[in-house]
Design a protein around this ligand. Structure first.
Ligand code: URA
Length: 241
């Protein structure tokens, strides 16, 4: 059982203070009866809470896609740095955590959820869903590198890295800069940067484009977020099985 004003803010119908106003204006009902006190409890699984007569769909978990900008850390709190959670509204932050980690200077797709089971299974060793990154690399990336990424690299771990797909998009010979796409199925610390170090190159810019079937929404500017669609959620759950 949770307070009705809390339910309204968790379902993103209104902030906690806006919820109070909606209740004062008699626009909220519980099972057909007008709610007069935001502190009244409801069982979101059983009770029908309506705004202006329209039922508010109950969503047990939240699944958000954030276009992580550079300059913030992937953590729920940090004493020094801005975190990815600072880009979300207060009423949504409680209980949510990022799935995996992007470095402070990495941009792109970050999934944030309070569905602990999905978070855990997407990251479980051996079941890492493929993640594709776009990168600008200092140095000329060659077909030899493509083969080395495919065969596995020594990045100082016990084992070589799992086969990764490296695609060369563009090489700027004069500036000695390459643009690439790389797809990895593991999530070791600084993995992409360490893989390029292993072939004597350096990542200048890194952006995650996708995680399994989930693609960064091109409409989201850095720092913007949106809820996943039901289809995106069910595809991800299928991949995490
Ligand atoms: N690999 C890296 O090196 N950094 C990231 O942020 C993600 C993958």
């Amino acid at each position: 059982m949770i307070r009705i004003d809390k339910f309204l803010s968790q379902m993103q119908v209104a902030t906690r203070s806006e919820s109070k106003k909606l209740i004062k204006m008699k626009r909220i009902t519980k099972n057909g009866v007008t709610v007069t006190d935001g502190g009244e409890k409801c069982d979101p699984q059983k009770d029908c809470i309506c705004l202006d007569g329209t039922p508010i769909a109950y969503q047990e978990y939240h699944y958000l896609m954030l276009h992580k900008p550079a300059g913030c850390v992937t953590a729920t709190e940090d004493r020094r740095d801005k975190t990815v959670m600072d880009y979300l509204p207060d009423n949504l932050r409680r209980g949510l955590s990022p799935v995996g980690r992007l470095d402070k200077d990495t941009e792109g797709l970050l999934l944030i959820t309070d569905d602990g089971a999905l978070n855990h299974s997407l990251l479980a060793p051996g079941r890492h869903v493929p993640k594709t990154y776009y990168a600008r690399i200092q140095g000329i990336v060659t077909e030899t590198d493509v083969t080395a990424f495919q065969e596995g690299l020594d990045i100082g771990e016990k084992k070589l890295t799992a086969p990764a797909r490296l695609e060369i998009l563009h090489v700027e010979e004069e500036e000695q800069v390459s643009e690439i796409l790389v797809t990895i199925t593991e999530g070791k610390f600084h993995q992409v940067k360490r893989m390029f170090q292993a072939v004597d190159k350096c990542v200048l810019y890194l952006k995650r484009l996708s995680m399994g079937s989930l693609h960064l929404d091109q409409e989201l500017a850095p720092g913007a977020w949106r809820e996943l669609t039901p289809e995106e959620i069910s595809n991800l759950k299928e991949e995490a099985k």
